[in-house]
Design a protein around this ligand. Structure first.
Ligand code: NAI
Ligand code: 13P
Ligand code: ZN
Length: 352
């Protein structure tokens, strides 16, 4: 199916954003009739931060809770979680933690045809709400169609204790909507790819609201977390409306996925996408300086050095980014020449 052709919009039914909403989780389960045998998928660090709380909350109301720790978003992990769920007859899955725990649990639940609940511990990416799962398979990250979470429980008290770097990364993931939508419009014009005005408008508006309020996003402020979580929800809804990640993932995401492939060191998804947005906006002929300034104000990386990635991997990623998802037409077209890649990276001061 071509990107954007899907007409089935799947959205979460209950979305809770606020202080201490993690303690409302049992009410959400009751509201949604999720059953009594949950399987929590969490991370090593995030288990102590939220996994254990969710475990206790659900156990206290008589549910037969199981919990597994998962370290990576790979197909092997999805299979391991599915086996665990099947063995214990789990009636629903919860992803409690960062992007990887949420994606693994989301895809496992989809393949098992059981409901899924997303409980993010960081506002680092817009997959907390989306009907997609980014999973690594054979050295490549694929965006796989999945069921949207039945519920999202985003506790701003929990999320505001996460390192600020994760929140800044979430801003990078949202700001990348700008170039993602430009790429989508381009593909619509050049290849007649179906385009959703609603999804594109929502995605662009979400990025604009965030950019307009960039100077109020600061560490240790629960109001900042709230603003970013709401933007991530809205961006995830745009993906659900589109039936693909098109409104929130374009050439800047392809650059980030390429970096994951070619570079031995990685930064956070949203950080890499933010830097990719600066360069792709330059290629689009847009206001890349504004994107860069905004990321600087927020405190997100804008250079290879700040990403902790050597310049040569930035160039290598720029050269192969168009091969990541060949069916998705973007400003990268059939690929940059080495001279063009170096020019965009130098002019935007991503490399020095
Ligand atoms: N499904 C979708 O639509 C989307 C999926 N993604 C995927 O999500 C992943 C990126 O997710 P991220 O969360 O950025 O990275 P991640 O899952 O690698 O987590 C980064 C780190 O944050 C830590 N962490 C999380 N919450 C914390 C807290 N409260 N306190 C201390 N440490 C905490 C985790 O332990 C982990 O070490 C990538 O695999 C990306 O492809 C990204 C965007 C959209
Ligand atoms: O990261 C995403 C949106 O922010 C999802 O994008 P992908 O389709 O590139 O995995
Ligand atoms: Zn993203």
């Amino acid at each position: 199916m071509q990107d954007g052709m899907k007409k089935w919009m799947q959205l979460p039914r209950d979305v809770l954003v606020g202080h201490d909403v993690i303690y409302d989780i049992k009410d959400v389960c009751r509201d949604l009739k999720m059953g009594k045998d949950p399987l929590i998928v969490t991370g090593c660090t995030t288990k102590k931060i939220a996994g254990d709380i969710v475990f206790d909350q659900l156990s206290d109301c008589g549910q037969n809770v199981r919990m597994v720790v998962s370290a990576e978003a790979s197909m092997d992990e999805v299979d391991r979680i599915k086996a665990e769920a099947l063995e214990h007859n789990s009636s629903y899955l919860l992803g409690v933690g960062s992007g990887k725990s949420i994606d693994v649990a989301k895809l496992a639940a989809t393949q098992l045809d059981v409901p899924f609940m997303s409980v993010p511990t960081a506002a680092s990416h817009d997959g907390i709400v989306s009907s997609r799962a980014s999973i690594r398979c054979n050295g490549k990250t694929s965006s796989i169609e999945a069921n949207a979470p039945m519920a999202v429980v985003a506790d701003t008290a929990v999320i505001s204790k996460a390192p600020y770097r994760l929140l800044a990364a979430g801003c990078g993931d949202i700001i990348s909507n700008y170039t993602a939508v430009r790429d989508w419009e381009l593909a619509h014009r050049l290849t007649n790819e179906p385009f959703s005005e609603y999804a594109a408008a929502l995605s662009r508006m979400t990025a604009k609201i965030l950019i307009d309020s960039a100077d109020s996003i600061k560490p240790d402020l629960e109001s900042s977390v709230r603003m970013v979580v709401k933007a991530l929800v809205s961006s995830g809804v745009a993906m659900s409306i589109a039936g693909s990640s098109r409104p929130a993932s374009g050439s800047e995401h392809m650059f980030s996925h390429a970096l994951d492939m070619v570079s031995p060191r990685h930064a956070l998804h949203g950080e890499q996408c933010g830097v990719g947005t600066i360069m792709m906006m330059y290629l689009h002929g847009g206001d890349w300086k504004k994107i860069k300034e905004c990321l600087e104000v927020i405190g997100a990386p804008t250079t290879a050095e700040q990403l902790g990635i050597e310049d040569r991997y930035i160039l290598e990623a720029l050269l192969v980014a168009h091969t990541i998802r060949p069916e998705r037409y973007t400003i990268l077209g059939t690929g940059l020449t080495p001279a063009a890649a170096e020019k965009v990276a130098r002019i935007t001061k991503v490399i020095s």
